[in-house]
Design a protein around this ligand. Structure first.
Ligand SMILES: *Cc1c(COP(=O)(O)O)cnc(C)c1O
Length: 482
């Protein structure tokens, strides 16, 4: 290393060591959310959900533990399904399976009238296995093999969306082989959407050409448009510009190709109000100064009700003005449906570092193996038995994996921790369970709290489960292959 670089590095270190205590003392720590936002009750610092003490849940079922709030799940589903005040129609809702594919959750949603949005052969199998009628299933995804298309077409799904131009030809061929005419849509990309491997851009005319091609196939019923923004929608303005762009393209399809669509599938992407991706600048500041993240402005975020009302109003207004029939409106919520209906309880296994030297590490039994999302977005953390005590200490929350990357919270203010304490990581109902892995540790149990009862809906993975598919000649465990 050159001398200049050495000097710069040393200066930076000295500067940060000086700045950190000053920042800790003079910058007020960010104020997090209150437990009541999730319906959690606090008594003597102990948190409970519908009468179930979180501490006792962990004692009964083990740590780490996922806890599902069934009542909140029902409320979210009802908010999506209910026609907004003053409107006669509602949206049709298809839950994005990939977001939190826990059969007990899916079943509950289906009982309430929510359909399934699936993106893989496994998810399609799971939906059918759960008894979801094919006309309540949408098939999406960037990777549709002929085999899965054949399954989707023969079953007669509500809608199969083409993600690429090649999908159209492939779908037509498979449909002809099956002698069935599937209802299809085409996934288009708006200016603000994820593009990359997903969908066909409106801009430049590729989407229009793909529609023309699909309309030329005698085997395809072109009935829908599919658009999924990908980035979280937090404001009415974001919703309006996304829906507006889709509707403008729907007009183009009408004038250029004479196409009158029956279904408008607007995908997912509605935010969880209490979760927001970290701002890169704030992330750097947090790392430099050991400072926690500011919570997002949850009260300013679009609620489920406001989102549904907004979608219907924008669409009704659009078609009314043009004197054209209003298509069915399909939604595919993921995070907004289940995100805030689940929490991950994790316990402190070890503490490292000396108080006063800046950062203490609390090593939990859950890290990036179970809570990867907490590394890049805001998630509220509560101490389940000392809620309300002064958050006097800054901790980095690390996981149990032997990797320096396994820090899920860079800096979070909490009451002084002791080994054995339990923390609740909130909003764990979206992209926690499906992204979790068995890196060095088996995956945890999942319980559902419902009407004051807690029911185990997925038992914890065992060591035997982890080697179940392996052949281990000569070892006792090889009998586990049966
Ligand atoms: C992931 C996904 C969803 C759900 O997205 P959220 O942002 O979690 O609401 C819906 N539709 C499609 C096509 C998806 O890929």
């Amino acid at each position: 290393m050159s001398r200049v670089k050495q000097l710069l590095k040393k200066t930076k270190r000295t500067l940060l060591t000086t700045l950190r205590p000053i920042a800790q003392e003079y910058l007020p720590p960010p104020r997090g959310f209150e437990p009541s936002r999730w319906g959690l009750k606090e008594e003597g610092g102990r948190l409970s959900l519908e009468g179930s003490s979180l501490e006792e849940l962990v004692e009964r079922w083990g740590s780490p533990l996922h806890v599902i709030d069934a009542q909140r799940l029902e409320r979210n589903a009802a908010s999506f399904l209910r026609p907004p005040a003053g409107r006669s129609r509602a949206c049709e809702v298809f839950y994005s399976y990939k977001t939190n594919p826990i059969p007990a959750v899916l079943q509950r949603l289906h009982q309430l009238g929510v359909g399934a949005e699936v993106i893989s052969p496994y998810e399609l199998w799971l939906a059918l296995q759960q008894g979801v009628p094919p006309e309540r299933i949408i098939y999406n995804g960037p990777a549709s093999s002929e085999a899965v298309l054949r399954e989707a077409i023969t079953r007669g799904l509500a809608l199969i969306n083409c993600n690429h131009r090649e999908d159209v030809g492939r779908m037509g061929r498979v449909a002809e082989q099956c002698q069935k005419r599937p209802s299809i849509g085409i996934r288009v990309v708006t200016k603000g959407s994820w593009s990359s491997q997903f969908g066909i851009p409106i801009e430049g005319g590729a989407a229009l050409r793909t529609y023309a091609e699909a309309l030329g196939s005698p085997w395809l019923r072109v009935k829908a448009i599919h658009a999924h923004l990908g980035f979280a929608i937090r404001t009415y303005g974001q919703l309006e510009s996304f829906v507006g762009e889709v509707l403008a393209f729907v007009d183009q399809l009408h004038t250029r190709l004479g196409l009158e669509l029956e279904m408008l599938d607007l995908g997912g992407s509605l935010c969880i109000p209490t979760v927001q991706g970290h701002d890169p600048a704030e992330k750097r500041l947090s790392r430099a100064l050991f400072r926690g993240f500011e919570p997002p402005d949850a009260d300013a975020a679009l609620s489920i009700e406001a989102y549904v009302a907004g979608v219907l109003e924008l669409c009704e207004e659009h078609f009314r003005r043009r004197g054209r029939p209003m298509p069915r409106i399909l939604l595919e919520p993921g995070r907004a449906m289940t995100g805030n209906t689940q929490m991950l309880l994790a316990s402190v296994l070890n503490l490292n570092g000396t108080p006063g030297e800046g950062m203490r590490y609390a090593i939990l039994d859950a890290g990036q193996n179970l809570a990867e999302a907490a590394r890049y977005e805001y998630h509220q953390v509560f101490h389940v038995t000392r809620q309300g005590q002064p958050a006097s200490q800054t901790y980095a929350l690390a996981g149990p994996i032997c990797s320096p990357g396994d820090v899920i919270f860079q800096a979070v203010r909490l009451p002084r921790l002791e080994v054995g304490d339990t923390l609740a990581i909130m909003d764990a109902g979206a992209y926690f369970v499906p992204f979790s892995n068995a890196f060095s540790y088996p995956r945890p149990a999942i319980v559902m709290v419902d009407g004051g009862r807690d029911v185990l809906v997925r038992r914890a993975e065992t060591f035997e489960d982890m080697v179940m598919r392996d052949r281990m000649p000569g070892s006792k465990a090889s009998s586990a292959t049966g």
